[in-house]
Design a protein around this ligand. Structure first.
Ligand code: C2E
Ligand code: CA
Ligand code: CA
Length: 266
């Protein structure tokens, strides 16, 4: 794994997150991929836990944040300046971040990115202990303008309590809640309730894992503002991401081409 990190075999793909009201891509979730010379594509489900156990997540996480910021800079320069990028952060990475968050904020500054365009995704497993320290880090990142998302919401034990204890900008509802929508009555009611709680608390909400039209119709009916899932797109490697954005937002690419020429994106 260390060698793979050093050799640059692990990089990011991006999954579009759609704004249902504006009908356009609003955010991109950065997801790690390992292109192994013999094994082929290794899933993050297999290597992220290994990186966490071995402590290599620190250098891997640094490398991935750097790539995410570099790629977002390129997208902004190309005219897609409303796009946000959302990066996953492991418990260990979050727990060792200094109280003022400078390790992450300095990467944003290096690429001259508006902090509001960066979202850090954390899971509730982070909150097992160390309440005061977490609050400090979250506050520092939010004070700097970054957004914090709670990922896989609803899969832990006391998720609702965390919404009360920690200031968050975004809640990502786990795909297990949407899988049996709209057929399963209990799931429908639960999802409906979650959407309304999150909105009433003034937070943004992303429903993950939307694969079918009827799921999307249901969550839109409930007023859910953001959708992520195979219905819109699978995670995309850089060239495919560019084609996707060009296909769905041709007007932006036209204005971009006029301004700077298309070479910026290649
Ligand atoms: P996650 O953060 O919950 O990411 C969403 C996962 O759901 C991704 O799997 C994505 O490909 C998948 N997904 C998205 N839409 C759909 C859909 O409609 N249907 C289905 N069946 N799946 C969908 P992926 O890329 O395999 O990532 C798995 C997990 O690995 C992530 O779950 C995250 O916890 C972790 N991970 C990925 N990249 C990173 C990273 O850079 N850092 C850290 N710390 N963890 C990462
Ligand atoms: Ca995530
Ligand atoms: Ca998730």
């Amino acid at each position: 794994l260390l060698q793979a990190i050093n050799d640059g075999e692990i990089s990011l793909v991006y999954q579009p997150i759609w704004d249902n009201r504006l009908g356009r891509v609003a955010k991109l979730e950065a997801l790690a991929r390992w292109q192994h010379p013999e094994l082929g594509a290794v899933s993050p489900v297999d290597f992220i836990p290994l990186a966490e156990q071995s402590g290599l997540i620190q250098i891997l996480g640094e490398q991935l944040l750097e790539q995410a910021c570099r790629d977002l800079r390129r997208l902004h320069d190309a005219g897609y300046d409303w796009l946000q990028v959302s990066v996953n952060r492991s418990t260990l990475e979050f727990n060792t971040l200094s109280a003022d968050g400078h390790e992450w904020l300095s990467v944003l500054a290096k690429y001259q990115l508006p902090p509001g365009q960066l979202i850090f995704e954390i899971t509730e497993s982070i909150f097992m202990d160390g309440h005061e320290e977490h609050l400090c880090r979250i506050q520092a990142l939010r004070d700097a303008g970054c957004q914090i998302a709670i990922d896989d919401f609803g899969t832990g034990f006391s998720a609702l309590n965390y919404l009360r204890l920690y200031p968050m900008d975004l809640v990502k509802i786990d795909r297990s809640f949407v899988q049996q929508i709209p057929l399963h009555t209990q799931d429908r009611l639960l999802l409906q309730g979650l959407i309304s709680i999150v909105h009433n608390l003034g937070m943004q909400l992303v429903v993950e894992g939307v694969e079918r039209e009827e799921q999307q119709a249901f969550i839109c009916e409930q007023g859910c503002s953001f959708t992520q899932g195979y219905l819109f797109s699978r995670p995309l490697a850089w060239p495919d991401l560019l084609s996707y954005l060009q296909q769905h937002h041709p007007s932006e690419i036209t204005s971009h081409s006029e301004r700077v020429g298309s070479s910026v994106l290649i």
